[in-house]
Write a protein that binds this ligand. Structure first.
Ligand code: FMN
Length: 175
């Protein structure tokens, strides 16, 4: 698959039928390590690869409470959740947030190439970031906060060409 095929067939996949193999997971993580990071400050981002079903279940529960929706399943019974954490200052955090999002999208595109299902997970990550007990379980380095994440796993979904509406992002040209 070439890069444009991966970008144009990518979709959020939220149903899973197994865990990625160790080799697949390593490739997904290698895509994270290949991501650009502002001023190459790679020590300002941190990954936590969570395959512990109990912990994923607790994050799911925290997100249900956060969204006040007991019926929701915001972690989608995913076998693996890769959390991206960073150091936030509270002002001008556009670079740290963007670093994390860029890392996630690199991992998502690698997942497409591998035929794995993947989806950005910001909602449940926001719930996690406000739950002190759960944060303790992550053993994050000092000063790091959960920023965003993705779920990934084997899926029966497939990636095929999608309709991409050209006008859906307002685009101005200044000549
Ligand atoms: C920054 C960001 C945060 C997102 N957070 C979530 C999330 O918490 N839960 C979820 O199910 N999908 C999440 N998504 C997936 C979007 O809902 C999805 O990308 C959008 O609906 C377009 O669908 P597509 O990815 O299939 O093209 C997120 C996507 C992005 C880029």
């Amino acid at each position: 698959m070439n890069t444009l095929d991966a970008i144009f067939t990518r979709k959020s996949v939220r149903n899973f039928c197994g865990a990625p193999s160790a080799e697949e997971l390593n490739t997904v993580l290698k895509a994270a390590y290949a991501a650009p990071v502002g001023r190459a400050l790679y020590d300002t981002v941190h990954l936590t690869v969570i395959s512990n079903a109990e912990l994923i279940g607790k994050i799911n529960e925290a997100a249900r409470v956060f969204f006040n929706n007991p019926e929701a399943n915001p972690m989608y019974d995913a076998p693996v959740y890769i959390l991206v954490s960073t150091k936030l200052s509270g002002t001008n955090d556009n670079v740290p947030y963007s670093n994390c999002a860029t890392i996630v999208e690199n991992m998502v595109l690698a997942s497409v190439e591998l035929g794995l299902g993947a989806c950005h997970i910001w909602g449940a990550t926001a719930a996690l970031s406000m739950n002190a007990d759960l944060i303790k379980e992550l053993n994050l380095p000092e000063g790091f906060s959960p920023c965003c994440g993705m779920i990934v796993g084997k899926t029966t979904d497939t990636y095929t060409a999608r309709e991409i509406p050209e006008g859906r992002i307002a685009t101005a040209y200044i000549k």
